[in-house]
Design a protein around this ligand. Structure first.
Ligand code: ZN
Length: 450
């Protein structure tokens, strides 16, 4: 796997490592944050802004893209990178999270859906999620428009689309087919994301199903001319030469097992043994506590591959990242920085990096804290009225475009007036902070500080 993933440095202090993922859409320096681009857009940002911020990767959602505009439309357009104009390293998830996560209470959601149907905008999104950002972090870290499950079987799952009520089927093969058409650089094997809290019995059943499905995903990839190393280019089956060549796509197997140590370890052992180019840890951050989430990652850390990249699905809260990097996680995806931005929660760079006490501050865009601040804030809620007359930079220690150009008062005004620009500026800044945080993490690993 050397041409796909290269490790440049292993920390002497922990399992943290610095590496590079090589893709058709650029090199990703790891550890890296992969921004949520659920429907093929990093919400509110143009691709030019994405480049300015230095965002290395995006994670699109197969379920949402299959629902609309459909995988074939994206394929005809030449793949998601070209279609969206993002043209950066992209992952697609398997669709498993959405099609399973809320299966238990799909009836309630179906009733809610009838009264809430309609396009979401940031305000209604906020209302749908919960009354406070804190609550939304705990209970719904992923996406809000989950489908209504019709049937789960050993073969896959049938569900009704929230977009138009159409019946859609996801099987391991279908998920692979959809993801091949979408054309992201990384594809996730179709998995069953265990709900929380689940019994041991159910988590085991879901894990076994996930393992069987991984074998089927690998078999399907092999059959469709992506050989076992997944290095071959391919044209969509049955239509050679009709469409532009797809990029090289790498499959990641997904570790499940719920909140049970024995199952997590068993799953890690099995998934790693399948020799997919990368491995992901799924089914975390689905409602369990932070310490439970970290524990689930810790349990599998000894089993993770030393020569292949490891992705943690759906986790990206700043205070978790450093600990998780120490367990050998290379990439993270999470809606949190962008979703919170649209709720008016603005990261504060000094507070965010203070988690990171062992790193050496440096000059440049990060310009962190030459002045001593006792317990700097990690984030502020710009919608609060205290900011109406505050003419400081949006974040006094940040030098991104937003912080160079606008005041807290102006951003407060935009949010109170529900002006679209407010969501763009907040998203720009929050993702800027994330990228600078990961730069610091990579530096600290190279210096064996974490
Ligand atoms: Zn900023």
């Amino acid at each position: 796997m050397t041409s796909f993933f290269k490790i440049l440095h292993n920390s002497s202090k922990s399992k943290a490592r610095v590496g590079e993922i090589q893709s058709d859409h650029g090199v990703v320096k790891t550890p890296a944050f992969i921004s949520a681009a659920t429907k093929g857009t990093i919400k509110t940002l143009t691709p030019t802004q994405v480049k300015e911020i230095g965002i290395q990767g995006a994670c699109v959602n197969t379920y949402h893209l299959v629902t609309h505009p459909g995988a074939r439309v994206i394929e005809k357009a030449g793949g998601i990178q070209k279609y969206s104009g993002l043209n950066i390293f992209t992952m697609s998830d398997s669709g498993g999270f959405q099609v399973f996560s809320l299966a238990r209470d799909s009836k309630t959601r179906q009733q809610n859906f009838l009264s809430q149907r309609g396009p979401l905008h940031p305000e209604s999104e906020k209302n749908l999620l919960s009354s406070s950002p804190e609550a939304s972090r705990k209970t719904n870290i992923r996406d809000e428009e989950d489908p209504f499950i019709v049937k789960i079987s050993e073969d896959g799952v049938k569900f009704r689309s929230t977009f138009d009520g159409r019946l859609i089927e996801f099987t391991p093969e279908k998920s692979m087919e959809f993801q091949a058409a979408i054309g992201a650089d990384i594809n996730m094997a179709f998995d069953e994301c265990t709900y929380y809290p689940a019994t041991h019995e159910y988590a085991q059943k879901a894990m076994n199903r996930t393992h069987e499905w991984l074998k089927r995903c690998i078999a399907y990839k092999n059959l469709t001319n992506l050989d076992s190393t997944f290095f071959n280019r391919h044209t969509p089956k049955g239509t050679p030469g009709t469409y532009p060549l797809q990029p090289v796509q790498y499959l990641y197997g997904v570790i499940q097992g719920g909140t049970f140590e024995d199952l997590r370890k068993k799953s890690a052992e099995f998934v790693v043994s399948q020799n997919t180019p990368g491995v992901a840890i799924g089914g975390v951050s689905v409602g369990e506590t932070k310490s439970e989430m970290r524990e689930q990652v810790k349990w599998v850390s000894d089993y993770l591959p030393k020569d292949r990249p490891v992705h943690l699905l759906g986790v990206g809260q700043i205070d978790d990242i450093i600990d998780l990097v120490k367990y050998g996680i290379d990439t993270f995806d999470c809606v949190e920085p962008t979703r919170l931005a649209r709720m008016g929660i603005i990261y504060q760079i000094s507070g965010s990096i203070s988690f990171f006490s062992t790193a050496t501050p440096r000059r440049g865009p990060l310009a962190i804290v030459s002045k001593k601040i006792s317990s700097p804030q990690k984030e502020i809620d710009i919608t609060k009225s205290i900011y109406k007359n505050n003419f400081e930079k949006v974040d006094v220690d940040c030098n991104c475009y937003v912080c160079q150009s606008f005041t807290k008062s102006y951003l407060h005004h935009l949010f109170k007036s529900r002006e679209i620009l407010g969501y763009t500026l907040a998203t720009y800044h929050n993702l800027w902070v994330m990228e600078r945080l990961f730069e610091k993490i990579r530096e600290a690993i190279v210096e064996d500080k974490i």
